[in-house]
Design a protein around this ligand. Structure first.
Ligand SMILES: Nc1nc2c(c(=O)[nH]1)N[C@H]1C(S)=C(S)[C@@H](COP(=O)(O)OP(=O)(O)OC[C@H]3O[C@@H](n4cnc5c(=O)[nH]c(N)nc54)[C@H](O)[C@@H]3O)O[C@H]1N2
Ligand SMILES: Nc1nc2c(c(=O)[nH]1)N[C@H]1C(S)=C(S)[C@@H](COP(=O)(O)OP(=O)(O)OC[C@H]3O[C@@H](n4cnc5c(=O)[nH]c(N)nc54)[C@H](O)[C@@H]3O)O[C@H]1N2
Ligand code: SF4
Ligand SMILES: [Mo]
Length: 713
């Protein structure tokens, strides 16, 4: 018996049971299948679930370190009420009933006094409960439901809506060429990189557009190593070559696009030579890439949710990039960029669920946070507000004040000028956070509710293979922690909201969500490792030929009619006009701050703020390293590992120099989320893209000095 347990061999003999669950340490389109070995109610080991077609039995280092996530000393175990100063971290344990009572009283009080809009509901990176949270906010009567997508997926979604009226997925399984524009799935979505590497072995070509060397650029036929934030100029230059050399898809352009003549005129000035001057990519490589993209058919383009739009010219750049899909005639064809229906919970699939019905319409009786400033966002993104402005509504109380923030995984380091957000959390009337861990942000909360991890809850998951699973809770929730969705349903009761969806039990919710997929919750539970969805909505290829595009012109728009409605607003050009960050924000002086600070390029072992408390992961690479190019390091007299100070107009932090050619000259790269050195403390809160409100995380200005040799200020 001892031996069976020691060897972690499942079976009654050693008392070890395998639970079929999922990892949710990173993004929902990953969420690998996990076999959790459980003995005496404790997880003693994890392995990948081989039968899961999405992850194929593999776990990344983060998933393999799962136990350090679940059994972390920082886990919140009980509801707690703050007793010390905000930030002091002094809390006392209270019961769930007491916690709910306080929340109910405070939120209802603010609603009566200043209106429901003075209460804001917010979700951090976790997504699985969001349909409930959005509904809760709407039922409460506030338009102010916001999420981390205010710095992530929504800007690209906005661009897709502006240009094509719909989003697409790259069908690289059938493509002759993959244009990987600003994405590094080897680190950020490893299941995808596996598939891409397989396709490369089968002969698919690949162009990668990335300012860094990555495992993807190493396999590329062409690597366009552009300067950060110059994507628009590069795309316009590629378009110039395609039009000049008559390589574009005339039929598609003539029949299905709007504003091509204006676009063509604008693109005329973006010769490859000008492209080289603006982007740093050699002119001949621009020509070569344009020829390859226009001639290899079909070709798919994969663009990430974030790096292109993490610039103050991000929306226009992203539009310029995606227009190449139309120009090359690869829109909605097999092996190109296929219009894919929204699947479940931020993943695309052909499985229909009731998620949208569940979340309902966002309440919009009164303008939401950021609505005056970012009108196009609110016109096209109906579901949520632009949350980067939350602190302004708290601190300036204009156009109205926020009194209360109900956070689920709210982490102030997501915000540009994260200390400004912290200031808002100090001042706001009431702040409750539902969290797994006692984070630095939690220390400022009035009330903390303990959430459980994916190992401790059942959850429905829909993979893009059209595969479903209802994960098992491997263990009981630790302490008194509960699952977020249950907390939301309980909050609805406490707030006295009479809502048919929020009145369901958690199991009833899951059953309702699954219904259109043709399977009941009970049935799905029987398939412990998951199953293919019985009902799939078939894809109608090139539906635009019959139905048109969901844009004002009914066509793909090179010239945006939506943006032209806002003429006169800075940056809202109907054409994908290229401007450098310094043109958008002329007060930034490259003389004083000669380097670019690019923060947040993904690392395989870290996810935002989540993994810094996991020693197996922080032990893989020193987290204090900032990447500096040898030529910049030479000019600064830096040696590998030297202590440095990175300064921006907003502040400074200390790091160690990692001298590497992986990045590029003139740019310092640093990961984000580290409480010891948070680059977002160095960002200006107003350094935002004027259309999306996205922070310029990947091209702020900075200066680097060797520690001890800093200039006097
Ligand atoms: N400088 C810079 N900043 C960036 C970025 C960048 O590239 N550079 N990237 C941006 C992007 S793309 C994103 S998506 C954001 C992410 O920003 P955040 O959403 O802030 O990211 P996380 O730190 O992953 O998650 C926030 C909190 O959620 C908690 N949490 C985890 N799981 C659950 C759960 O199931 N329930 C609850 N209630 N809480 C949970 C975690 O413990 C964590 O404290 O950061 C943005 N910030
Ligand atoms: N391990 C891990 N995985 C993650 C996350 C994580 O934190 N850790 N976060 C998840 C989230 S929230 C997101 S949004 C995704 C992001 O997923 P990805 O976009 O794949 O990740 P990044 O590394 O931010 O960016 C991809 C590549 O874009 C390049 N890049 C940086 N700036 C620019 C630019 O200006 N132009 C161009 N063309 N390329 C640029 C970077 O060098 C990088 O190699 O990852 C998800 N997966
Ligand atoms: S953290 Fe790793 S194991 Fe977990 S879901 Fe993401 S890729 Fe999979
Ligand atoms: Mo993201």
């Amino acid at each position: 018996m001892m031996n069976a347990a020691k060897g972690k061999i499942p079976g009654p003999q050693g008392g070890i049971e395998i639970k079929k669950t999922i990892c949710s340490i990173c993004n929902p389109d990953s969420h690998c299948g996990v076999d959790a070995y459980v003995k005496d109610g404790k997880i003693i080991k994890v392995e990948g679930t081989r039968a899961n077609p999405h992850s194929g039995g593999i776990l990344c280092p983060k998933g393999a370190a799962q136990r350090q996530y679940v059994y972390n000393k920082d886990r919140l175990m009980y509801p707690m009420r703050r007793v010390g100063e905000r930030g002091s971290g002094e809390f006392e344990r209270i019961s769930w009933e007491e916690a709910y009572e306080i929340i109910g009283e405070r939120l209802k009080g603010y609603k009566d006094k200043d209106g429901a809009q003075s209460v804001c509901f917010f979700s951090g990176f976790a997504k699985w409960y969001r349909m409930g949270l959005m509904r809760l906010a709407s039922a409460f009567g506030t338009p102010n439901y916001g999420t981390e997508s205010s710095t992530c997926f929504r800007a690209t979604q906005l661009c897709w809506k502006l240009v094509f009226g719909a989003g697409t997925q790259p069908d690289f399984e059938n493509a002759g060429l993959l244009v990987l524009w600003s994405k590094n799935p080897a680190y950020s979505q490893f299941y995808q990189s596996r598939l891409i590497f397989d396709r490369l072995e089968q002969g698919m070509k690949m162009i990668v557009v990335d300012p860094r060397n990555t495992p993807m650029t190493e396999k590329a036929d062409i690597h366009l190593k552009l300067r950060p934030g110059t994507d628009g100029a590069l795309a316009l230059s590629i378009a110039h070559v395609m039009i000049r050399d008559q390589l574009y898809d005339r039929e598609f352009v003539e029949q299905y696009t709007w504003g091509f003549e204006e676009y063509k005129d604008y693109v005329r000035e973006f010769t490859p030579q000008r492209g080289e001057a603006l982007t740093g990519v050699p002119a001949e490589l621009i020509v070569k890439a344009a020829h390859m993209y226009a001639s290899v058919k079909p070709a798919a383009m994969m663009v990430s949710a974030s790096p292109v739009v993490h610039h103050v010219n991000g929306v226009q750049n992203y539009r310029a990039v995606m227009m190449l899909i139309g120009l090359t005639g690869n829109f909605d064809i097999k092996g190109g960029n296929v219009v894919t229906p929204y699947g479940y919970c931020y993943s695309s699939s052909f499985v229909k669920t009731n998620e949208r019905t569940f979340e309902g319409e966002r309440y919009d009786g009164i303008k939401g946070i950021g609505e005056e400033e970012f009108p196009v966002w609110f016109r096209l993104i109906r579901d949520e507000v632009q949350a980067v402005r939350i602190p302004d509504y708290v601190l300036k109380r204009e156009p109205y004040g926020l009194n209360a923030i109900v956070g689920f995984g709210l982490n102030h380091r997501m915000w540009p000028d994260s200390n400004y957000m912290l200031e808002a959390l100090k001042k706001v009337g009431f702040f409750v956070n539902t969290e797994l861990f006692m984070t630095p942000t939690c220390r400022y909360a009035d009330l903390l509710l303990p959430a459980c991890s994916s190992m401790e809850r059942r959850e429905i998951k829909v993979y893009n293979e059209n595969y479903l699973i209802c994960s098992e809770a491997a263990i009981e929730p630790l302490g008194e922690s509960r699952n977020d969705m249950e907390i939301i349903l309980e909050l609805a009761k406490v707030l006295g909201l009479d809502d048919e969806m929020l009145g369901m039990t958690y199991d009833e919710c899951m059953d309702f969500l699954l219904r259109p997929a043709g399977v009941s919750l009970e049935e799905l539970k029987k398939h412990r490792e998951g199953m293919y969805a019985p009902v799939i909505c078939p894809h109608e290829e090139q539906a635009y030929k019959k139905k048109g595009f969901r844009t004002p012109s009914g066509k793909m728009e090179f010239f945006s009619q939506v943006l032209s409605d806002y003429k006169g607003r800075e940056g809202y050009d109907p054409l994908p006009v290229y401007r450098t960050p310094y043109e958008v924000y002329p007060h930034l002086s490259p003389a004083e701050y000669p380097l670019i600070l690019s923060s947040g390029c993904r690392k395989p072992q870290l996810v935002h703020t989540r993994c810094y408390r996991m020693p197996w992961l922080t032990g893989l690479e020193d987290t204090s390293l900032a990447d500096i190019h040898p030529e910049d390091a030479g000019g600064l007299g830096l040696a590998q590992g030297d202590e440095i100070r990175i300064s921006t107009p907003k502040g400074s932090l200390e790091a160690h120099a990692n001298i590497t050619r992986a990045g590029q000259k003139g740019v310092v790269f640093l990961y984000h989320g580290d409480p010891q050195r948070d680059p977002n403390e160095l960002m200006d809160k107003d350094y935002l893209d004027p259309i999306s409100g996205f922070p310029g995380y990947k091209s702020f200005v900075c200066r680097v000095e060797k520690k001890g040799e800093e200039s006097y200020e």
